[in-house]
Design a protein around this ligand. Structure first.
Ligand SMILES: *Cc1c(COP(=O)(O)O)cnc(C)c1O
Length: 362
């Protein structure tokens, strides 16, 4: 980078390294050859579907919070409209919470690694501090350790089901955190994978705890990662605060149209049957993996992915890439040495992957 540009750039931005999204890691490789790669690295859905769009009003700015879409999601989540905010993916929800509640160079957030990378990246982008409370060996929350941060952080991020361990957090543990940080911090429960473990949703706690924020997305179970559409669920007063920092037109008109269709009764049925199918594929995949080589499935399988450990993780990863199968290396995360993550694909992709893994160990 030119010296002048480096001097002009804000210090903490100079120090940032961009999030290594699954797409960034492999897109260059993807375009350099014409091999058809199988993408099982970003927890995307293997299913896709057609939607209708109506371009009649594309000359107009869209509503900031399209009413039909908000109504549809509120109903789906069993909440009311003032508790519901639509954002550009759940990632924007993370960012809005940090921007609304954390002051640069002064405040901090708490994350519980190993977990989703964007909480820390988002905080660093705004020059907000990141405190870490490691999960226990069984990937449950270390409640005693978390409580040490009362008064020291403004936001606590809990991911449940957790990416990449696939474990869900017990309601009693969430309640203990909400109680401990009452009037002190916002507790964000990221439910990006909740459709794969519906009973563990914490939205029922929104009535009792006004410091709770729940994040949702259409990127995983709804098979719409390309749409960039997520939801933030909270008390009406927190939603009002987040609306102060959101962009004026965050949701493009076609996004609202497609998302509304995905949340229609037929869209929901579709999603539910895909979730049932993926849940079956996932149990099958996990069972198979445990029978191969030194592979040991790690954590649980409450998402659309499975994490496993092998002493040969680098050689296996290289072998799979050479065979055009992309899975995700999670071994740089604390507690996850030698761990790789597979996002569940369709029947044929799963079979192809298992066969390749068997061939590698044979
Ligand atoms: C995929 C994912 C997100 C991001 O969802 P988008 O709506 O695509 O921004 C958020 N949290 C977790 C835990 C995820 O795995």
């Amino acid at each position: 980078m030119s010296k002048w540009l480096e001097n002009l750039t804000v210090d903490h931005v100079n120090q940032l390294t961009p999030y290594e999204s699954a797409r960034r890691l492999f897109s260059a490789a993807d375009s350099s050859d014409d091999v058809k790669r199988v993408w099982m690295n970003a927890n995307e859905s293997p299913f896709s579907k057609d939607y209708e769009i109506n371009s009649e009003f594309y000359n107009r700015y869209p509503d900031c919070q399209p009413d039909e879409l908000i109504s549809a999601y509120a109903e789906y989540a069993g909440l009311v409209k003032p508790q519901t905010l639509v954002t550009r993916g759940a990632d924007e929800g993370i960012e809005l919470v940090i921007r609304a509640f954390c002051e640069a160079e002064k405040d901090s957030v708490l994350i519980c690694p190993p977990t989703y990378g964007m909480y820390a990246i988002s905080a660093q982008t705004f020059n907000v501090g990141v405190e870490k409370s490691l999960l226990n060996a069984d990937f449950s929350l270390n409640l005693e350790d978390i409580k040490r941060y009362v008064g020291k952080v403004k936001v606590v991020f809990i991911c449940s089901p957790n990416n990449p361990t696939g474990t869900s957090v017990k309601r009693a543990d969430i309640i203990e955190v909400l109680e401990a940080f009452k009037d002190q911090a916002i507790v964000v429960v990221d439910e990006a994978y909740i459709e794969f473990d519906q009973e563990s949703t914490q939205t029922a706690l929104l009535d009792t705890y006004d410091n709770l924020v729940v994040l949702r997305t259409l990127s995983k179970a709804f098979a719409l990662a390309g749409l960039r559409c997520g939801f933030t669920l909270s008390s009406a007063q927190i939603i009002q605060t987040l609306l102060k920092v959101i962009a004026p037109y965050p949701i493009a008109a076609p996004v609202a149209q497609i998302a509304t269709q995905a949340l229609s009764p037929i869209g929901l049925q579709y999603m539910q049957s895909q979730v049932n199918t993926l849940n079956e594929y996932l149990s099958e995949m996990a069972a198979q993996l445990n029978t191969i080589g030194d592979i040991e499935v790690v954590g649980a399988t409450y998402g659309n992915f499975v994490l496993f450990r092998t002493q040969q993780k680098q050689a296996l990863m290289d072998y799979l890439v050479a065979n055009s199968m992309l899975i995700r290396d999670q071994s740089k995360q604390v507690m996850l040495e030698n761990c790789l993550r597979i996002s569940i694909g369709d029947e044929q992709q799963n079979q192809q992957l298992i066969e390749l893994i068997r061939a590698f160990y044979a």
